[in-house]
Design a protein around this ligand. Structure first.
Ligand code: ADP
Length: 489
């Protein structure tokens, strides 16, 4: 698939440090999850390389922060234009290494690029404050200044967007960044770095470290321990988020964490059924269920339950499974064998405790590497004692729980340590406000299964993380307030 790139020079297999493409003696393989075929070998970097990147970023910082915001904005805007102009190639790289259907990959490229556009605009609006002074001889001001060298550790499920929504606000604010993309998906990150280079982002301001699983852990330790790195932004599992937070304690590092979710998706009797089914399909099966905001638990009220399950099963039957490059496919492979094993464990646990398999439930022969594909699945009569009620499945399985009252649904939805996204469907305006206010989540989709965009604050409460990405708030993570008190006037 990569021989079809319009611009083959976007296929980068070296790491990017201090404006240079660099190699290392050790390399590791990047594979296509649809076929298990090797796509490329990239450098297996070690902490010493991460140190070089930190040093380069530190050296680049003074000039980058001194640039007028308008100029940083112009460079970011150019990067945005190049990301969009090369969207087809970026999408091909993404589908190859991540597996998602090509149309979804293209959608992610445009979504990912939108953060660069947005923060290019926001760069010019990092306003300070003047505060009316309680003392007539003083004047009080607040400046907002870039926090310093930033590190970003990103996951494989959105190989571009999870990078741009950290990197774009950091660069816009005047911070240089060291990025460590997921070991499964470095090719999209490297292509984006090449485009950043072409856009004129100065050397050292953006660095991409490729590392295998073991190297990622070692590099993570160094990034956390470094006193030069002032801020770490991580998207990934809550488990790894906890490790990074603990490792960052000695340096009191600022943290932005986008961690796991366990999204409830509630359908009340008064919902519009068509809209609830459409929302469930979009929220559950996008990226084969591998997003942190995917509906993980579907709670459906008694009066509409049977019709909902029947309609969902019908809709699921129309999904086409296969390689993301094949025409019409909307369900690609899972990322790896562990992902498949987790899906199977959740299903067998549920059925052993009385859940009913309505549709799906099996691996599919859909390509040369048959084992990576899993049928879109609907489980009915699911109860709270099952694993899928507590853990994120991260696969194409919709467990449907039955409930009677609004209070019961809210209590069940909130009975988790996670608090990222929640969804509910209702046409009753009183209920809409009651439920939206009661859900302990950072984001609530009402009568929709899709809510992410660059202008809105994305993030979680409870153990789903710290901070917000996107929106005009997103840049706050990358600036420090400095209070100036001018006396003796
Ligand atoms: P996922 O479950 O989505 O794979 P992870 O949290 O395991 O999420 O990984 C997300 C990112 O964190 C990846 O870039 C991965 O390499 C990195 N990572 C995983 N474990 C560690 C660790 N102990 N220290 C630093 N980075 C890590």
């Amino acid at each position: 698939p990569l021989s079809l790139l319009k611009d083959p020079t976007l296929f980068k297999t070296q790491a990017y440090i201090d404006g240079q493409w660099i190699d290392s003696a050790r390399r590791f393989a990047v594979t296509d999850p649809a076929t298990n075929a090797e796509l490329a070998q990239v450098p297996a970097l070690e902490p010493m390389h991460a140190q070089l990147a930190i040093d380069a970023a530190d050296a680049a910082w003074p000039a980058w922060r001194a640039l007028p915001a308008k100029q940083r904005a112009a460079i970011l805007r150019k990067w945005f234009d190049l990301l969009v102009a090369n969207a087809d190639d970026l999408a091909r790289l993404m589908t190859a290494e991540q597996g998602k259907p090509l149309t979804e990959a293209k959608g992610e490229v445009l979504y990912g690029a939108s953060f660069v556009e947005w923060f290019a605009e926001e760069a010019k609006r990092v306003y300070g404050e003047t505060i009316p002074s309680p003392d007539a001889t003083k004047r009080l001001l607040v400046l907002k200044q870039p926090v310093g060298v930033c590190a970003a550790i990103t996951p494989w499920n959105f190989p571009l967007a999870m990078i741009t929504r950290k990197v774009a606000p950091a660069l816009a604010a005047g911070c240089p960044v060291v990025i460590k993309p997921a070991e499964q998906t470095p090719l999209t990150a490297l292509a984006a770095a090449e485009l950043a280079h072409r856009a004129g982002i100065p050397r050292g301001v953006l660095n991409v470290l490729t590392a295998d699983a073991e190297g990622s852990i070692a590099i993570g330790k160094l990034l956390c321990a470094s006193k030069v790195v002032r801020h770490l932004s991580f998207t990934g599992s809550t488990e790894v988020g906890r490790i990074l937070m603990a490792q960052s304690a000695p340096s009191i590092k600022k943290l932005s964490l986008e961690l796991g979710g366990n999204a409830p998706f509630i359908v009340f009797d008064d919902a519009d059924l068509d809209s609830a089914i459409e929302g469930a399909m979009a929220s559950k099966y996008r990226n084969a269920g591998q997003t942190c905001v995917c509906a993980n638990r579907l709670y459906v009220q008694d009066g509409i339950y049977d019709r909902f399950v029947e309609r969902l099963a019908q809709a699921v039957g129309s999904l086409k499974i296969g390689s993301g490059f094949d025409e019409g496919v909307n369900l690609g492979p899972l990322i790896d064998d562990q992902a498949l094993a987790k899906v199977e464990k959740h299903i067998s646990d549920a059925t052993s405790k009385g859940a009913r398999m309505v549709v799906g439930g099996k691996r599919v022969e859909a390509g040369p590497h048959a084992g990576r594909f899993f049928q879109a699945t609907v489980l009915a009569d699911v109860t709270s004692d099952m694993l899928c009620a507590r853990e994120e499945t991260f696969g194409p399985v919709a467990p449907v729980f039955r409930f009677k009252t609004e209070a019961e649904a809210i209590a069940a939805a909130n009975a988790t340590e996670f608090g990222l996204a929640a969804y509910f469907f209702s046409r009753d305006v009183g209920r809409i406000f009651r439920v939206a206010e009661e859900l302990e989540y950072g984001m609530v989709g009402i009568n929709t299964g899709l809510m992410s965009n660059e202008v809105a604050p994305f993030g979680g409460v409870k153990q789903s993380g710290l901070g917000r990405e996107g929106s005009h708030h997103g840049i706050d993570e990358y600036v420090e307030m400095k209070y100036l008190c001018l006396g003796d006037l």
